[in-house]
Design a protein around this ligand. Sequence first.
Ligand SMILES: Cc1cc2nc3c(=O)[nH]c(=O)nc-3n(C[C@H](O)[C@H](O)[C@H](O)COP(=O)(O)OP(=O)(O)OC[C@H]3O[C@@H](n4cnc5c(N)ncnc54)[C@H](O)[C@@H]3O)c2cc1C
Length: 418
Amino acid sequence: MSRVLVIGGGASGMIAAIFAARNGNEVTLYEKNEKLGKKIFITGKGRCNLTNACDKETFFENIIINERFLYSAFSNFSNRDAIDFFNEIGLDTKIERGNRVFPVSDHSSDVIRVLEQEMKKQNITVRLHSRVTKILCEEGVFKGIQLENGQKAEADNCIVATGGLSYASTGSTGDGYEFAKEVGHTVTELYPSLVSIRLQEEYVSELEGLSLKNVEVSITGEKQGRKGGTEADYEWFREFGEMLFTRNGVSGPLILSASSRIASEKCSGFTLHINLKPALSSEQLDARILRDFEKYKNKQFRNALGDLLPSRLSDRIVVLSGIDPYKQVNQITQEERMALGSLLQNMSFTILKMGGYNEAVITRGGISVKEITPSTMESKLVTGLYFTGEVLDLDAMTGGYNLQIAWSTGYAAGSSIY
Ligand SMILES: Cc1cc2nc3c(=O)[nH]c(=O)nc-3n(C[C@H](O)[C@H](O)[C@H](O)COP(=O)(O)OP(=O)(O)OC[C@H]3O[C@@H](n4cnc5c(N)ncnc54)[C@H](O)[C@@H]3O)c2cc1C
């Protein structure tokens, strides 16, 4: 039996504490907030998409950074194991579209509740309002921690599960990165990821709130080659799905995925393309436009796109097409019609920048996994010190994968301590 301190009462810290305690260790968890799991509470729009029930291959396709590092932890505590674990501790789960797993109740608070209950059952001591400010080590061995109020606590092992930098109001203010640096770890560059994208075109504000389904978004921009050369119009992303216009840019599922592909790039000046009619070839689209133009031949152009597009978007497309909005439809030339078709299949915008940490789902970057043992999450530099969850340089797409990273790495650390 050893004494284990866990820093952070989020997803990863709570599961790490539970499995450390199930091994018979004496566990104390420190959380700086007044309650546990503040970030879990806001996940999945309050419903907590706690994992993804996909197969292993698909799972790893959705891990964007350092998926190999996760192999061992995932094989010891997979998405299936996470579902079984939650069912066992009293949470009924259901699987929705895209294999996303949610509590049957649709309440993230139930996820927190069952974790808290299990922690109580395992006699874990929870210290709320307790911000850890320092990790104490001697000659490469963990010794203890220091709290903001100056108190110290000694122990044999410590699991740092302090999260990233996004949504700081939930408690993730990057403290774990500082702890890691102070004891000699490398922290890779940090960026907001799974986040909205700001666009240069001011007119997007007119489209705020407009959601588009069944569109294809792609992003192109310069890519530096390994040998120093550059590829001017490299395609960073292309996918089909749903997106949304915001006050100053774009968001929604497709955009969050896209942001993950360019989060660590200098993406200012990249082009975001929206294909509004991706299911049609250019010929099919032209035939479709012709049909509408036949129907509305005696109307003005500005009133002819209603069958093709939502009205707020059609007003903007009319402006962008360069065709006189008052022109009678039967006066529109073939050239103008073809240009309209191209516009509908390639509405392009200039990317200004990514949204900030205040709206990012996760932080890209973190403690270098080269310095961490993959099967246990123990530091290779400090014996008895472990890092789990978002504080590590590991990240994934939306769909429950990021919480699974927190569960798998938390389990790896907790269950490896005796
Ligand atoms: C809006 C939003 C929605 C999301 N939805 C989903 C989703 O549906 N599915 C999914 O898989 N992922 C989702 N995520 C991502 C997911 O929430 C995170 O990846 C996950 O919570 C990371 O877990 P963690 O335990 O590493 O960190 P956190 O959950 O951030 O927990 C860290 C904890 O450590 C505490 N702490 C920090 N520093 C100290 C300190 N010095 N002393 C004491 N305590 C400290 C913090 O207060 C916090 O409670 C979402 C994220 C956001 C922001």
